[in-house]
Design a protein around this ligand. Structure first.
Ligand SMILES: [Fe+2]
Length: 317
């Protein structure tokens, strides 16, 4: 297998690079990937002078971060800019994402106009608001996961933007980790862990019969899968203990336990609290959130906007 580098010097994964039989190409890619760390994320934030009209230079910085780390943090308010008015947020985010190659939005049950989901605590529990009662829409901690881990294969979530309109008074800190680093950690520990996580029945999320959501059948699939067309690695994962059925196989269960440890201790985990006007754009990296306390004044409660996409962020501008 030959390796090709992108304009940004990153080795482009081919369809077989993550297979356990592939070694030389994988080793070169692994070395490059780990060589890009550590990252001081506080000092690596891409400043956007006008999020409604980002420059090629700004977009290129985001593309390059995503090519190396599968994520980038941006700031649309660092230069004293006004926050984008609420009525314009959906269009601003969608326009920004489209410049980065993201156009196929998911159809989420909670999406409002423009495919945007508002993640906030104070939502109703009635039938008119389908967010009520789900943990993301509370002030509780959210455990490690990739988005859409319960989706059918045709609805894989490959990228998303999480844009902070208002941060919490205390807490609401995110941890983020590139699934490619997790893959490397597992493979370094025991290549059989990778094989177990690529098994087509590695992880089952039982059907959802909650009347607030459309019926969803069992979601059965691997933890790691490789996109046939692009060679990109995709990860389905949730750390939730309830409602996840792991394949009853000793290696799978050991791999799961090893992953749990990685997600507690890995030095490459990014910890960051998004502030108003900042956001994360990523190829659906693993993430969590600490619990939080809102300020008591109205209008100062934590509010994030999210759009999820079926394709990945472009690798070059
Ligand atoms: Fe999430």
């Amino acid at each position: 297998m030959t390796l090709s580098n992108n304009k940004n010097g990153q080795i482009q994964p081919k369809h077989d690079m993550f297979s356990v039989q592939c070694s030389n190409a994988y080793d070169a890619w692994r070395e490059q990937r780990l060589g890009g760390y550590p990252v001081a994320w506080d000092e690596s934030i891409v400043t956007l002078a006008d999020m409604m009209n980002p420059s090629d230079t700004e977009l290129l910085r985001i593309v390059n971060f995503c090519a190396k780390y599968n994520m980038a943090i941006y700031d649309s308010a660092s230069q004293g800019q006004k926050l984008i008015p609420q009525k314009d947020i959906a269009a601003a985010l969608a326009g920004f994402c489209a410049r980065l190659g993201l156009t196929s939005m998911e159809q989420h049950r909670s999406a409002q106009l423009g495919g945007v989901v508002a993640i906030e605590k104070n939502v109703g529990d009635g039938p008119s608001d389908r967010r009520g009662g789900y943990i993301p829409y509370t002030d509780k901690p959210l455990s490690w996961h990739t988005d859409g881990y319960y989706n059918a294969p045709v609805d894989r979530i490959r990228a998303m933007v999480l844009h902070c309109r208002q941060d919490a008074l205390e807490g609401g800190v995110s941890e983020l980790l590139d699934p490619e680093i997790v893959y490397i950690r597992l493979r370094d520990e025991n290549i059989d862990y990778v094989k177990a996580f690529m098994h087509p029945q590695a992880m089952i999320i039982p059907e959802n019969t909650d009347p607030r959501s459309p019926y969803r059948p069992d979601s059965v699939g691997p933890v790691f899968e490789v996109d046939e067309k692009t060679g990109a690695l995709h990860m389905r994962y949730s750390a939730r203990a309830r409602n996840i059925i792991w394949r009853d196989d000793p290696t799978t269960l050991k791999a799961r336990d090893f992953l749990t440890e990685v997600l507690k201790t890995d030095p490459l985990i990014a910890r960051y609290k998004l502030k108003s006007g900042q956001g994360v754009i990523c190829n659906n990296v693993l993430h969590n959130r600490t619990g939080f306390i809102d300020a008591s004044d109205a209008g100062a409660t934590r509010l994030l906007y999210r759009i999820r996409y079926k394709e990945r962020i472009r690798r070059e501008l």
